[in-house]
Design a protein around this ligand. Structure first.
Ligand code: ZN
Ligand code: ZN
Length: 250
């Protein structure tokens, strides 16, 4: 197996949400690809279809700690994260509060399938986003409202990275990049979804923000993959030094 162009990959899914492989399967691929760290980031509990049940985070933590204990020299470190859902107007997220300290890192993203603590507003947001996805139609008001949801979450939580910014709904990527720069939150160039887009990367890069590539692997064979993300970053002319987990230049 070819060595990954990534130093590490934080964004991978397992059967605990809707991925195809186990934690150990993702870990074994990471080992073969020569990654230094591999993160498991299944969906937050509020996601109606894929959310991890709060009690399962404990099981995941134990499984991960055990694998780490048997690590050999040069083997990757296994980390437990979560892909929490951005939907609440006050910026709060579904971090399984009784377990929140048990995560090694936090990913935050906007997804359909989560209603949060203001379901009527959430429904309006999802409808507008679905329409945007189907037709490209949106308004400044909708864009600003979506951006505020993200920015409020960035300020209300310690978020390591924002997953696929701009996917699934219209956003003001410059306003989001500004907030992320201030909070030290990374913007993800997601390998699976087309976001950030080339244009999104260009706009975000005007601010003092750093980027990270995530495979968003839903199957173990996709762990550490990054060719689509790399292609977009290169096309956007992004300085490769600004991608925190890239091994060498383009
Ligand atoms: Zn996602
Ligand atoms: Zn994901």
């Amino acid at each position: 197996m070819e060595k990954s162009r990534l130093l590490y990959d934080l964004h991978t899914h397992t059967v605990y949400s809707h991925g195809k492989g186990s934690i150990r399967d993702n870990y074994e691929t990471a080992k073969k690809m020569g990654l230094s760290e591999i993160g498991i980031a299944d969906h937050g509990p509020d996601h109606a279809l894929y959310g991890v049940k709060a009690k399962d985070f404990l099981r995941m933590r134990r499984e991960i700690d055990l694998i780490n204990e048997e690590r050999g020299e040069g083997d990757p470190k296994l980390l437990l994260g979560v892909e929490a859902n951005i939907i609440n107007p006050d910026g709060s997220m579904d971090l399984a509060s009784e377990f929140a300290d048990g995560f090694d890192f936090i990913i935050a993203g906007y997804h359909f399938g989560t209603m949060g603590n203001a379901p009527i507003k959430a429904l309006g947001t999802h409808m507008a986003s679905l329409l945007y996805n189907m037709t490209g139609w949106s308004t400044e008001r909708i864009k600003n409202r979506n951006s505020s949801l993200v920015i409020n979450a960035v300020y209300a939580n310690r978020i390591t990275l924002l997953s696929h910014p701009g996917a699934k709904g219209a956003v003001d990527i410059e306003a989001i990049a500004r907030a992320c720069a201030e909070r030290g939150t990374l913007l993800e160039i997601n390998n699976k979804h087309g976001y950030l887009t080339v244009e999104g990367i260009r706009r975000a890069a005007k601010y003092d923000v750093e980027f990270i590539i995530g495979s968003d692997a839903h199957s173990p064979s996709d762990v550490g993959r990054c060719s689509s993300a790399l292609g977009r970053a290169a096309e956007a002319g992004l300085d490769p030094e600004r991608i925190v987990n890239l091994r060498g230049g383009y």
